[in-house]
Design a protein around this ligand. Structure first.
Ligand code: DX5
Ligand code: ZN
Length: 221
């Protein structure tokens, strides 16, 4: 079955004085999901937003909310993100010592589960859990900030993960996050990525949000 190719704008680079309007613009321009970056100042050296922003997004769009938890001890906070309206909850292998329990909680909550890994973490670390997830997020920058350059050394991981998923969990989607633009979409899509997260390429596009989304859509197969 052919898998979809989807754009998930990261609101991290949106103008927060008019977040609802920016989300609506992105939706009208063809966004498929919205990616929400949760940072705690511990797991990553930056602080972003909490469940209340997820809840605010939920009130302005019916599209899937793709919540990326870059926080220590995510198990302590996951229920709040579920209640706020998350559709996907993605956790880092580096923060989950009992990943089986964490994924079971997400599954039982009715959310779709995602697993992710930093650029320096080997695919081997997430392999035991790949059969149980709906989404695998391959980080293509060190998490913490938008506007960083794509790290080409992560490209082989996408193919490696796609090959494993094709054997044991073919419906799972691969998402890439960090430095995504028309060029890096093409490179990662060729290796088997389906969902493309972009913050600055969309919200900081010189011609606006619509042009940003269109520039990414134009290269999707
Ligand atoms: C980085 C975040 C990304 C970030 C992407 O830690 O997980 O989602 O917002 O930003 P760009 O697309 O600007 O690299
Ligand atoms: Zn992210």
């Amino acid at each position: 079955m052919k898998k979809p190719h989807l754009i998930s704008p990261s609101i991290f680079s949106a103008d927060f004085t008019r977040l609802g309007d920016q989300i609506k613009q992105a939706e009208d321009a063809g966004a498929d999901w919205f990616h929400i970056d949760i940072m705690d100042g511990h797991f990553v050296p930056n602080i972003s937003m909490g469940p209340f922003i997820v809840e605010a997004c939920r009130r302005v769009t019916n599209l899937p909310l793709d919540v990326h938890l870059m926080i220590e001890e995510p198990d302590r906070y996951m229920q709040e993100f579920v209640t706020a309206g998350a559709s996907y909850l993605t956790v880092h292998i580096e923060t989950c010592p009992e990943m089986d329990n964490t994924l079971q909680f997400i599954y039982d909550s009715g959310c779709k589960s995602g697993i992710t890994l930093k650029p320096g973490t080997a695919v081997q670390e997430i392999k035991p859990y790949l059969k149980d997830v709906a989404l695998v997020l391959v980080m293509s920058v060190n998490p913490g900030f938008s506007g960083q350059s794509f790290m080409p050394e992560v490209i082989p991981k996408i193919k490696e993960i796609r090959n494993i998923l094709d054997e044991i969990n073919p419906d799972a989607l691969i998402e890439v996050d960090g430095g995504i633009n028309p060029q890096t979409i093409t490179q990662t899509m060729e290796q088997g990525a389906q969902v493309f997260v972009a913050a600055s390429a969309i919200f900081n596009h010189p011609q606006g949000i619509r042009a940003g989304i269109q520039s990414l859509r134009d290269v999707l197969l």
